[in-house]
Design a protein around this ligand. Structure first.
Ligand SMILES: Nc1ncnc2c1ncn2[C@@H]1O[C@H](COP(=O)(O)OP(=O)(O)OP(=O)(O)O)[C@@H](O)[C@H]1O
Length: 709
């Protein structure tokens, strides 16, 4: 066991985080200082010609401004924009002659910062950061700002860790750094009979629960694709509650947390979900602090003040006299103070009374939990979280036990905040193609520079230390004895599962009876039996050099211009094969919405989208990274790389390929050049070998593709 020094670990994290932040800020500043509002609006980063359509009081006593298009410019729907709930923005008076840069730079002085809380077709609502603001009567504009809140909290957390004296380190912290070993779990604890709330749990799930219950400091639940990780966590939560424990349940994204809230609510567990209501799934709202503080018994005392404040807000907008305004502001100030006091009493009571609190990792560092103690912290999707994020609930709640659930053999967290959006639910809804490339939201750090570089060749890119997750680090620190793996998977046909199981999961995966032989022809609607619909795995091998890749910007000569414009790859012939295969599936009766096409290269994704989105309405196209956590009945993977140098770039990352090959339930079609891809790495050689042996092989007939074109 290799010990890690706590303080130097924190110091190095701080420096890595700072590098990220500086890069991010430089990029945003560059963007907003060099472009006019109109250009920013076209880029989806700003909205112009707005007016206040209503003003009221929201959670935390904040002023909520609802903005719509000024009737003077015709009103109606807002133009297309990229502003999302949770984005940090500024609202300011629109400079006359919108292009004038000088005036625009005064924005920071005249504008008010806030957070987007609701986005509708005709309106966008912003919760303002400042209490007393005099919103100008003229036209307003709203611009997205860089969000450094995430970094600030990570920074605070790592600073706290850095400054803690060794004598202050909890046993858990010592275990997390290898200075103490985890207390061994006794055999009896692992074998004592347990009554499970869910009798359908399989034996690996039951074992994982026994292990997590018996562990004193840490337990890792390793959930390969489709093995019911969240299902298992829900039972673990119920078992811990039976034992009188108080729990904090977190995940890196809102959706990862909401997934658990939704599943727990059918068990009637009294719980509180922290987080801004605008970011939560509708089904989860009833558990949010915002709604609970309005609906609980003590709510009336808060609501009285809220009503009074709203009336005052309305009267401010009506009066023109500066003196009257000042009087009302004074009254509002007192009311707001009163409101916050009453609300925080109600919130504190609600939190004290709840045995389960759920929030994002980031949210667990908010002031609501500052004095709350929890017996156990559970983190779902832990291999999607930065280590520094996982420390937020650990350090701020003083827990002595941590349960992490995840799969370190799928993709690690990516680093991005400027353009981060809500991550998609696991639900089978079809996000637009550009959204499918987005990562996880709450922290969503995805290094732009890295993405750009990787898009060219990830093999050369050294993994940054920020990407080593706590899950990974603990496994290398303490070994497999701190984890239990879930082995029955409920997603894939057994043939689709076979290679990833053998190559990555020590051959431990077993396909559940209900899925192991499911084919497209067994779908709930009629699908004709064809050579495609009756086989689980198809491999279109384009070997022979007739289907070469292209660098996207070969023609434009943009190579080396900027890391953000780094070249991507396309393979037009592969795209034609994808079209052929999909059209055959659709002719056989498979619905377009049951098919997804995924590829590692954004260039190829853009090409495929142009070619196929309109022909196959409802089909989903996405990057492999954006498809993590999702599933489809049929998945076509376009590998793109085909070159005499046998370069595989992005495909060198086996965790990315693992994600790609484990998305389908009934049908996986791989399109690629076995000669190029097969030389990329040991993993790729093994995969190509396996496909040649086990898949239904197809060799493209150029004349058939000609017809298709
Ligand atoms: N013991 C079980 N018996 C039957 N079905 C199960 C069992 N455990 C999980 N499932 C089913 O397997 C599917 C995957 O479960 P869940 O969403 O909990 O998995 P996950 O591991 O969190 O998913 P992912 O692989 O996307 O991370 C769900 O449809 C769930 O109902």
């Amino acid at each position: 066991m290799k010990q890690t020094d706590v303080s130097s670990f924190a110091t190095s994290q701080l420096s890595l985080l700072n590098d990220e932040l500086q890069g991010e800020l430089a990029e945003t500043t560059l963007l907003s200082s060099t472009h006019s509002p109109t250009v920013l609006q076209r880029a989806g980063l700003a909205l112009l010609n707005l007016t206040v359509s209503s003003q009221r009081t929201g959670f935390g006593g904040k002023t909520l401004l609802e903005l719509t298009l000024d009737p003077a410019v015709g009103g109606g729907d807002l133009p297309e924009h990229g502003l999302r709930t949770g984005d940090i923005c500024a609202v300011a008076e629109q400079p006359k002659g919108a292009e004038r840069k000088k005036e625009r730079q005064g924005m920071e002085k005249h504008g008010v910062d806030g957070v987007v809380t609701k986005v509708q077709r005709e309106a966008i609502t912003v919760a303002l950061d400042k209490d007393e603001v005099d919103i100008p009567g003229g036209k307003l504009w709203l611009v997205k700002l860089a969000n450094d809140a995430t970094y600030k909290r990570l920074n605070q957390t790592m600073t706290k860790l850095q400054k803690a004296q060794p004598s202050e380190h909890s046993i858990l912290t010592q275990v997390l750094f290898g200075q103490s070993s985890p207390t061994p779990v006794s055999k009896e604890d692992l074998t004592t009979p347990l009554t499970f709330h869910d009798p359908s749990l399989n034996s690996s799930q039951q074992d994982a629960i026994r292990f997590a219950l018996a562990s004193k400091e840490i337990a890792l639940i390793h959930g390969p694709p489709g093995t019911g990780k969240t299902h298992t966590l829900v039972e673990l939560i119920l078992q811990l509650l039976d034992r009188g424990q108080r729990l904090l349940v977190c995940g890196p994204s809102n959706i990862s947390v909401d997934n658990i809230v939704e599943r727990l609510s059918s068990h009637k567990v009294p719980m509180v979900r922290l987080g801004h209501p605008a970011r939560l799934l509708p089904g989860v709202l009833n558990h949010s602090l915002d709604v609970l503080t309005k609906s609980c018994n003590a709510a009336a005392i808060v609501n009285d003040v809220r009503t009074e404040m709203d009336a005052k807000q309305a009267s401010i907008r009506k009066t023109r006299s500066g003196r009257e305004k000042r009087v009302i502001y004074g009254e509002l100030k007192d009311l707001r103070k009163e409101y916050r006091q009453r609300e925080s009493r109600v919130v504190a009571d609600l939190l004290k009374g709840s045995k389960v609190v759920l929030s994002t990792l980031h949210g667990s560092g908010g002031f609501h939990l500052r004095n709350e103690k929890f017996d156990v912290v559970i983190v779902d999707e832990a291999s999607q979280a930065l280590e520094a994020q996982c420390w937020i609930p650990v350090l701020y709640t003083g827990t002595e036990k941590l349960v992490l659930a995840g799969d370190h053999l799928q993709l690690p967290p990516t680093i991005k905040s400027l353009n981060s959006k809500q991550s998609k639910p696991k639900a089978k809804k079809a996000p637009a193609v550009n959204e499918a490339t987005d990562g996880v939201e709450d922290l969503s750090i995805s290094k732009k520079s890295k993405t750009a570089k990787d898009d060219g060749d990830s093999k050369k890119a050294e993994p940054s230390t920020l990407e080593t997750t706590l899950f990974d680090r603990l496994l290398s620190l303490h070994g497999n004895s701190i984890k239990r793996i879930l082995t029955t998977q409920y997603r894939m046909h057994e043939k689709i599962m076979a290679f990833p199981s053998k190559a990555l999961y020590e051959n431990k995966l077993v396909a559940a009876e209900s899925v192991k032989t499911r084919l497209l022809t067994d779908l709930s609607y009629p699908v004709k039996e064809t050579e495609d619909t009756t086989v689980p795995v198809v491999f279109w091998d384009t070997q022979g050099g007739d289907f070469p890749e292209k660098s996207e910007d070969d023609d434009s000569g943009a190579k080396g211009k900027s890391s953000l414009l780094a070249e991507s790859k396309v393979n037009e012939h592969e795209a034609a094969i994808v079209r052929l295969h999909v059209s055959r599936l659709i002719e056989a009766g498979v619905k377009a919405e049951d098919i997804a096409i995924i590829t590692p290269y954004n260039g190829q994704l853009a090409l495929l989208s142009r070619m196929l989105k309109e022909i196959f309405v409802g089909i989903e196209l996405g990057s492999i990274d954006g498809f993590q956590g999702r599933e489809k009945e049929a998945v076509v993977v376009s590998l793109v790389r085909s070159n005499p140098e046998r370069e595989v770039g992005f495909l060198g990352e086996k965790r990315r390929l693992n994600v790609a090959m484990t998305r389908p339930k009934r049908h996986l079609c791989v399109v690629g050049d076995s000669e190029t891809v097969g030389r990329g790495s040991k993993f790729l050689t093994a995969w190509m070998g396996w496909l040649e042996e086990e898949a239904d092989l197809r060799y493209p007939d150029p004349s058939e593709l000609q017809d298709e074109n």
